[in-house]
Design a binder for this molecule. Structure first.
Ligand code: PLP
Length: 255
């Protein structure tokens, strides 16, 4: 068997810098898990690759990291073929319109951003359309701060919604995802992450399979890990500041 080869030319200096940054962050996340009394293996790093060109993503993956996530379905559609040689594990982490589901199911192993039964049902239908018995793994996105500008189901609706999503044949609900309100001090984010973890624990007590907690970004991963995050989504800390998006209709540029 031949090894998969990168599909893109990678600038060696950039590849070295980005893959060193990824390795350093992975080490930092492990240390944060240990400091929180958790296993260093308990937390996975997802690189948030929104707006990053495929060549930079390839550079970030050049040291062997595999888990990456896109916010916009079209970016996933366009970048996945270019990066296929590096065999990344793609997740989808942004708002998803029903007409874009076809770009995501079949490529993303986990969709973090399901926040309604309607969306969950449409994803399940696409998974089953693609393959008999097909199942898509998903997380339920919680709008933990009840912010009008943010996606996610309100916390009080989450457990009933989680139960309804779990009953759909083409869907496997794995946990919760949240983007808490921006706090001036990262320490203040801890209470929001604890609230997400408490919601998941309440769901597990009811028999729901809410084991994954996707929470924590560049500025607050330590707090999220202390509260029990299993997936942290980091963009800026690795890739630098993103160029601002032009306004888009699907609301993906909210952050
Ligand atoms: C849902 C989501 N998670 C995580 C991130 C990464 O955030 P940061 O750049 O602060 O690490 C982004 C931004 O791309 C995002 O939209």
């Amino acid at each position: 068997m031949t090894e998969p080869r990168p599909a893109l030319p990678i600038d060696p200096a950039e590849a070295a810098a980005l893959s060193a940054a990824v390795a350093a962050l992975r080490g930092q996340l492990q240390a944060e898990a240990v400091a929180a009394g958790r296993s260093p293996e308990a937390v996975r790093l997802l690189l948030a690759t929104k707006t990053q060109p495929a060549a930079r993503i390839a550079a970030a993956l050049s040291g062997g990291h595999r888990l990456i996530g896109e916010n916009r379905a079209q970016e996933l559609r366009d970048k996945a073929p270019a990066l296929a040689g590096l065999a990344p594990e793609w997740h989808f982490i942004g708002p998803l319109q029903k007409n874009k589901i076809k770009y995501v199911v079949g490529t993303a192993t986990l969709i973090h951003s399901v926040d309604s039964l309607e969306l969950g049902a449409a994803i399940a239908a696409e998974a089953q359309r693609r393959a008999p018995g097909g199942v898509q793994d998903v997380l339920l996105q919680v709008n933990i701060g009840r912010e009008p500008t943010k996606a996610g189901a309100p916390p009080e609706a989450c457990l009933a919604l989680a139960a309804a999503l779990s009953a759909l044949p083409g869907l496997r609900l794995r946990g919760l995802m949240a983007i808490p309100p921006e706090e001036a001090a990262p320490a203040a984010a801890r209470a929001w992450f604890d609230a997400v973890a408490a919601l998941a624990a309440a769901g597990r007590a009811q028999g729901l399979a809410l084991t994954e907690l996707s929470m924590g970004m560049s500025g607050d991963h330590a707090q999220a890990i202390a509260a029990g995050a299993t997936l942290v989504r980091v963009g800026t800390a690795i890739f630098g500041a993103r160029a601002p998006f032009p306004a888009v209709a699907d609301g993906a540029a909210r952050r």
